[in-house]
Design a protein around this ligand. Sequence first.
Ligand SMILES: NC(=O)C1=CN([C@@H]2O[C@H](COP(=O)(O)OP(=O)(O)OC[C@H]3O[C@@H](n4cnc5c(N)ncnc54)[C@H](O)[C@@H]3O)[C@@H](O)[C@H]2O)C=CC1
Ligand SMILES: O=C(O)C1=N[C@H](C(=O)O)C[C@H](O)C1
Length: 255
Amino acid sequence: MTDEQEKTPAGPLRVGVLGARGRMGIEVCKAVEAADGVELVAAMDQGDDRSAASNAQVVVDFTTPDVVMDNLRWCIDRGISAVVGTTGFSEQRLEQVREWLARKPEVGVVIAPNFGIGAVLMMQFAARAARHFESVEIIEQHHPAKLDAPSGTATHTARQIARARAEAGLGPVPDATKDEVPGARGAEIDGVRVHAVRATGLVAHQEVLFGATGETLTIRHDSYDRASFMPGVLLAVRAVRSRPGLTVGLDALLD
Ligand SMILES: NC(=O)C1=CN([C@@H]2O[C@H](COP(=O)(O)OP(=O)(O)OC[C@H]3O[C@@H](n4cnc5c(N)ncnc54)[C@H](O)[C@@H]3O)[C@@H](O)[C@H]2O)C=CC1
Ligand SMILES: O=C(O)C1=N[C@H](C(=O)O)C[C@H](O)C1
């Protein structure tokens, strides 16, 4: 961005999209084009020259876990803030992003495992319920073209539940089952079992099942259409430049 552009007052916020021909990218481009106060200045996908997005003030990334770190570095180096929905963010990756941002204190990055407002609330409710139940399992369900399992949302939920259980002094989830077939009891994330279902017709769904003596509690969220993620994406796009540093999840933006 030139000094002249930075000084120009109050034009629409210039937004670039990486992964623009993907399922989410197509929806984000439509949402940005339809929204007030924002302007789509670059819609880039694999093989395109990323430098066409240099003029953006905010880049939205819905690509793949293997390219997202390179994209983020590219944005941060250029002083471009970023809103990231791509999955695959381990604690090490988040730490790496914080390191890059330390050299660019004016840049903001929001990384959210799920931009659905209902999904954010589902994760919050699950974290709140966690300390009251000795048993918990997560069942995530997605469309069969999804590349990763378990989902970023399920991983994030499991970590939040594990943290809440530890703070409450709960021990391991009780389970005497012998795994006769490997995988029958799902994956384990921070001590929480996660089951990943893939089926045609699904979009993005998650259940968190809690159990205590004589009762269960099921907290469920369903995204039936990718439009469900757009209010959260636009919220982050509008907020990210006023939140320097790294923000993980949408929670702080909803408060
Ligand atoms: N945080 C959230 O709310 C949501 C996150 N996701 C995540 O977003 C990611 C994308 O999901 P989908 O759109 O369903 O996948 P998709 O496979 O439909 O789209 C990914 C796109 O990225 C493109 N791409 C690959 N490398 C690229 C590069 N170097 N530069 C630019 N574009 C590149 C691909 O060509 C493809 O068009 C996944 O990690 C998914 O889990 C999906 C839905 C919601
Ligand atoms: O790939 C998807 O579709 C989704 N990915 C995100 C995830 O992995 O949690 C968010 C949502 O579940 C849809």
